[in-house]
Design a protein around this ligand. Sequence first.
Ligand code: NI
Length: 175
Amino acid sequence: MSQLDIIIAPDPKLKEHCGLILDFNDEVKILLERMFQTMKKAPGIGLAGPQVGLNKRMIVVDTTQSEEKGKALKMINPNIVWRSKEFKKHEEGCLSIPGYYEYINRPDKIIVEYLNENNEKIELEAQGLLSVVIQHEVDHLDGILFIDHISSLKRGIISRKLKKYKRSIKKGNSK
Ligand code: NI
């Protein structure tokens, strides 16, 4: 199964609001599996539709390597229906922002509703790393990147460095 190309920020495709998936079909299932494989290969622990050019509310998550009780999940139309009042800071990175990590403050626990790859409605309570990853990926579906949660000064610096990095890749490819 062929992998998908990961879009690097800054890119307008990463700033769009994604639409709900209304038709559940085999194509959605196949795309989720391709996203999962792309995430594993990168390697990463989460990936959202817009990061691979799909303007659809779908995410994949895999925290099985990092946590004792981690999960590998494919989620369609994830919707966070409850957030704890308690917040926790966690260091985050993103496959669309290679090489940068920042501590982000988010609700510690969440309840998320979604459809799984078998079109079953699931309600999941998540905490710790799994909660962080799901919140990070759901943000992507609304055009929000983790650097949108940090100061505009820091965000500007990272953005400029990423632009430079993207130009250097383009030059490399045209040689
Ligand atoms: Ni990300």
